[in-house]
Every structure is written in C-alpha cells, then in structure tokens.
Write a protein that binds this ligand. Structure first.
Ligand SMILES: Nc1ncnc2c1ncn2[C@@H]1O[C@H](COP(=O)(O)OP(=O)(O)OP(=O)(O)O)[C@@H](O)[C@H]1O
Ligand SMILES: O=P(O)(O)OC[C@H]1O[C@H](OP(=O)(O)OP(=O)(O)O)[C@H](O)[C@@H]1O
Length: 240
C-alpha cells in the first residue's frame, strides 16, 4: 500500500458533511458509479485511493491499518480499538456528527441513578433472580472498559444490532449503552441516563492509522491535505 488510502462515509448522517469539509479544504470528492457507487475520486491530492465505506468499516480500517486516514465517528474508533487510544490518531475534530455514548436504565428504576446504584441493583438482582442484569449495546469494548473502570461487574453484555433502546421494553435486556443526540429515542422508550453515565462525547473526526504502512508518497499526500485543511501539528506525521 504505497499511495495514500483515504475513506469517508458512503451514506448516512456523516457523508454529506464529510464531503463538504473536504471540498471546503480544496479537495472535492466525486462519487463514481452514481449514488450507490462506492468508488470515488478526490482532486488536489495527486494519486490517492479514495473509498466510500460505512463509518464502522472506516473505524475498523483505521484501527487495523488497512486504511491510512479517513472520516468517522470517534465513538466507533474508541469501541473498535483493542488497546484504546493508541490504535488511532485523531488529526482534526470536525465539529459535526456530535453525539453522546451513555448508560441508560428504565425510568421506573427510581432508586438507580448512578453507576454504583447500578452495581448494587445488579448484585440484588442476581441474588433474587440467579442471573445477571443484561446490558444491550453495539459498543462492546467501550462498555466493558467504562464499567470496569467504575468497578461495575454485576452484568453481562448482550450485543445489539440496532434499535437498542427497545431492548428493556421487549425484555431482551435490562440496561442499555447507546448513542444519543437529542434524547428523543431514549424518552420514547421510557429510559433515563444515569447521572454519571456519560461514557464519551463523540463527534466526527479526521483520523489516521499509526498501524498502517506509511510510504513517503502517502505521507506527502497527507501533508498536502494538512495544508489545505489547516491541520496543525506536522509532528503528528512523525508519530504515524
Ligand atoms: N443520533 C445519532 N445516532 C447514531 N450515530 C450518530 C448520531 N449522531 C451522530 N452520530 C455519529 O454517526 C455515526 C454513525 O453514522 P451512520 O449511522 O451514518 O453510520 P453507520 O455506518 O450507519 O453506523 P451504524 O450502522 O453503526 O449506525 C455514529 O458512530 C456517531 O459517530
Ligand atoms: O438521541 P436521538 O436523537 O433520539 O438519536 C439517537 C438514535 O439515533 C440513532 O438511530 P437512527 O435510527 O437515527 O440511526 P441508526 O440507523 O444508526 O440506528 C441511534 O441508533 C439512536 O437510536
């Protein structure tokens, strides 16, 4: 992988603003093959590989080194990074796609307002029902790290593929960890955020992969992007 491999979201809430950010920096992106095409071209960076992928695939590519750089959600980077923040390098926070990853419980749990309340409730629940509280989430690593850091162990994870907020109502879980912007979905599903249940304030970021194989050509293209996008800190280029 010699030339720079770059990716932005192929759809969803981050796509348009990612394209607008690159265009405003002087690097317009053109999708090839129409709206459903997943190849693209980017002007102004010379010979680079431009790809359109899901936000989750971009985060995975940055963490495993199969992509040099890209735009994705910070929540996904933190969740997919095996060892935490050293697996990726945030080059610029982009100011859009803001959302919070939080811990939420049913509003009816009036005595559970903090993570320590949740641990106590989990211990009581296991004693009474001989099973652990189920936490539904698509953020498996983020949840494990956050709960462990707060000595909360009386739970087990249930991986969610979507509509996580419905899990307590449908009975497939008791607690959730999910992402929220306006709070409307949480409210619609009778859920409340724990007072110390904010796991991560996330936004869209332009990030690079320290684990990727960086040729001089790839670094040179990234330097051009740094200049156009007014990304400070060329020392970052030494770190990747
Ligand atoms: N209300 C929100 N719900 C979900 N993601 C949000 C929200 N607000 C901002 N985001 C950001 O957008 C990212 C997901 O974007 P999008 O849904 O377009 O991608 P995706 O590939 O469909 O991801 P997923 O399939 O995990 O939802 C999240 O990881 C987060 O960083
Ligand atoms: O706090 P809110 O504004 O209610 O947003 C939070 C919801 O938005 C997302 O769902 P959505 O259906 O938008 O996208 P998805 O396909 O990623 O689930 C996310 O999965 C939450 O369910």
């Amino acid at each position: 992988m010699t030339r720079l491999s770059l990716a932005i979201p192929s759809k969803g809430r981050l796509k348009e603003k990612s394209e607008a950010w690159l265009a405003s920096a002087g690097f317009p992106v053109t999708q090839i093959g129409g709206e459903r095409g997943y190849q693209a071209e980017i002007e102004g960076l010379g010979d680079v590989e431009m790809r359109l992928l899901s936000a989750r695939e971009i985060a995975q590519g940055l963490v495993d080194g199969s992509l040099h750089a890209g735009v994705t959600g910070e929540d996904l980077l933190h969740d997919l990074a095996p060892t935490g923040e050293s697996d990726f390098e945030v080059l610029k926070r982009l100011g859009f796609g803001g959302a919070d990853v939080i811990v939420a419980v049913p509003q009816a749990w009036v005595d559970v307002d903090t993570m320590s309340d949740l641990e106590a409730a989990g211990a009581a629940f296991r004693k009474a029902h001989h099973r652990r509280l189920r936490v539904a989430t698509k953020y498996m690593r983020l949840t494990r790290r956050f709960f462990a850091a707060r000595s909360v162990g009386e739970y087990r994870l249930v991986e969610s593929a979507g509509a996580t907020e419905a899990a307590p109502t449908t009975g497939s879980a008791d607690v959730i960890v999910d992402i929220t912007s306006t709070g409307a979905t949480l409210k619609a599903n009778g859920l409340k955020i724990l007072s110390d249940g904010l796991i991560l304030k996330s936004e869209a970021v332009f990030a690079a992969s320290p684990g990727a194989v960086w040729s001089p050509e790839a670094k040179a293209s990234l330097e051009v992007l740094f200049a156009g996008a007014a990304i400070k800190g060329k020392e970052i280029l030494e770190k990747i």
